[in-house]
Design a protein around this ligand. Structure first.
Ligand code: HEC
Ligand code: HEC
Length: 509
């Protein structure tokens, strides 16, 4: 069924999310809700919506408002589900091919908040690239591909990470790189959860592209460089290392962790759960982006779907590898040639605020209640206080000495957790900090930690994870292949009974 024709079941907006909306839309009561679309590329707000990088001289300087305004707008096309070949209805794609191209996002048709949220869901699913990268029609129509890469599909046999799109009559394209591609999780029972930590084996598929030379080597290197070059740190996958080594390093990145642009092969980022995001004051594992209201979430979506690649980090522009961005509309990299409209971003942000978690099968039974006491006794609440289970603070990574003014501008904890500093210190998203993540929704997400180094809570609280010869179950950089998961020693020395209870409690959140 096309999502354009049947918007998501109308979801109530969570109370805290609603409070944030009301704050930012300056409307008194829900009945009188009117859209109040902020300006995404507002020069004043852009000045401090991101934290400075650990080496502030390399903090991104974004394109100016004229350049932003000159980027062509993205069209949200009506799109259709992709089925596993064994589940595809007879004649399905032939029927799609006979359809007319149809823009699906039309602000003048949106009458109330629910309409805007439903339209935001279309933006969430809207591809920003076609017939690749990562995978294309050839892959999704081959049953062996799903088996080889353990690509999850829903109970209905749908691949929820990509969509069929008609932009030109008679031509069916596989659209990907939508928000849904990375931010959808298929649970073990086949339920898709939009907004949850994704579980498409993204980097395994990227590695496979490299191994089968899906594109010429110089192009693949440019892709890697655009994503992960940090020239001031001598990190340059675009220039160095044999291609097979790069593929091997990508293969070390499990589903739910990604070489998101601005991270590196040594320190990719765990895909966060977007459900409950209205309550989070900092976005990204490193707290790189401030979340002061809906406009910042809109800015986040704009930058992270390509516009950050046009920024200057020192004299390095990721989209070109030079000190200049391409002229508006001319970028070669996905997301750098066009942009979302403010209306699309506003609808998208409303949709993300409206997301609610799947029903939790874990109840607060006796064991979990005892675990709650352990949680309090062990002072986990200092950093993970109820009801959000995060203090929304930033914690300094080892080696980072913040300038004094940070303690006034940002909510910086005086405490430390001493987890691996690489992502915080050495990447284009590295602020020198890690934020305290919320512990809500732990039961349906994995892997854990800023780079997703462990897969289970049992392992997070296993003291062996800090041993020198420990091999974690989640992300481990390929070179060296073994790396202990250091830091965050809280709870490691509990008795096995207390640990069992604590974990049972955490799964109820
Ligand atoms: C290619 C995969 C990918 C795509 C596409 C993608 N994201 Fe993400 N997203 C990530 C990863 C990985 C992170 C974690 C980055 C970090 O921690 O530095 C992230 C982080 C975020 C965050 C920060 C959340 C938090 O609590 O820290 C938000 C918000 C977000 N994404 C929204 C979106 C939206 C909206 C879209 C579509 C417009 C989108 N993302 C597209 C992979 C993706
Ligand atoms: C001093 C602050 C602090 C204290 C105290 C603390 N944590 Fe954390 N916690 C953090 C930070 C910061 C992270 C993220 C670390 C990283 O990813 O590098 C984290 C991560 C976690 C994670 C992984 C969550 C995820 O989504 O990846 C769990 C689980 C967790 N903490 C549980 C606990 C429990 C249980 C306790 C008490 C036994 C506790 N924490 C005490 C700051 C703290």
């Amino acid at each position: 069924m096309p999502i354009a024709a049947s918007p998501s079941p109308r979801r109530p907006i969570a109370p805290r999310a609603l409070a944030l909306l009301l704050l930012t839309t300056s409307v008194g009561a829900q009945e009188t809700w009117t859209p109040n679309v902020p300006k995404t590329w507002d020069p004043t707000a852009l000045e401090d919506f991101e934290l400075p990088l650990a080496r502030p001289e390399f903090s991104p300087r974004h394109i100016d408002p004229d350049h932003y305004a000159a980027l062509p707008l993205r069209t949200v096309w009506r799109s259709y589900p992709v089925y596993h070949p064994d589940h595809e209805p007879e004649g399905y794609r032939d029927e799609l091919r006979s359809k007319d191209p149809e823009p699906a996002f039309e602000p003048s048709d949106l009458h109330d908040q629910q309409d805007w949220i439903a339209a935001g869901r279309l933006v969430f699913h809207a591809p920003i690239d076609f017939d690749g990268p990562i995978f294309g029609p050839e892959q999704v129509l081959d049953p062996a591909w799903y088996e080889q890469f353990e690509v999850p599909t829903t109970t209905e046999g749908i691949l929820p990470f990509a969509r069929w799109v008609i932009r030109e009559k008679g031509r069916l394209e596989l659209g990907n790189l939508s928000c849904a591609m990375c931010h959808t999780r298929v649970l073990d029972d086949g339920t898709p959860v939009e907004g949850a930590q994704g579980n498409l084996p993204f980097e395994q598929l990227f590695a496979a592209d490299i191994r089968r030379a899906a594109a010429p080597e110089p192009i693949l290197r440019r892709v890697l460089g655009t994503l992960a070059d940090v020239p001031w740190n001598d990190v340059q996958p675009s220039a160095k290392a044999p291609m097979t080594d790069l593929a091997r390093q990508l293969e070390a990145i499990p589903p739910g962790v990604q070489l998101r642009q601005g991270t590196t092969l040594q320190a990719p980022a765990r895909t966060p759960d977007l459900i409950g995001i209205a309550d989070r004051r900092y976005l990204d594992a490193t707290g790189f982006v401030r979340h002061r209201g809906i406009a910042d979430l809109m800015r986040y979506a704009a930058t992270n779907q390509g516009v950050d690649l046009l920024a200057r980090y020192g004299d390095h522009v990721p989209a070109t590898g030079t000190d200049q961005p391409p002229p508006p509309g001319e970028g070669w990299f996905t997301g750098t040639r066009d942009r979302y409209s403010d209306d699309q971003l506003y609808a998208l942000a409303l949709y993300i605020y409206s997301l609610t978690p799947p029903p939790n099968p874990h109840s607060l039974d006796d064991l979990a209640r005892r675990g709650e006491q352990v949680f309090e006794r062990e002072s986990c609440t200092d950093c993970h206080p109820a009801p959000l289970y995060t203090s929304n603070q930033l914690v300094r990574a080892p080696g980072f000495r913040p300038p004094a003014e940070h303690f006034e501008r940002y909510d910086v904890s005086r405490r430390r957790v001493d987890t691996d500093p690489e992502l915080a210190m050495s990447t284009r998203r590295g602020t020198g900090y890690y934020k305290v993540p919320s512990l809500r929704g732990l039961w349906y997400r994995s892997p854990l930690g800023h780079s997703g180094s462990v897969k289970t809570l049992e392992e997070w609280f296993d003291p062996r994870r800090t041993d020198d010869d420990y091999v974690p179950s989640g992300f481990v950089p390929a070179d060296p292949a073994r790396r202990p998961v250091r830091g965050h020693r809280f709870g490691l020395d509990l008795s096995s009974d207390d640990k069992r209870a604590l974990i049972a409690f955490l799964r109820t959140l």
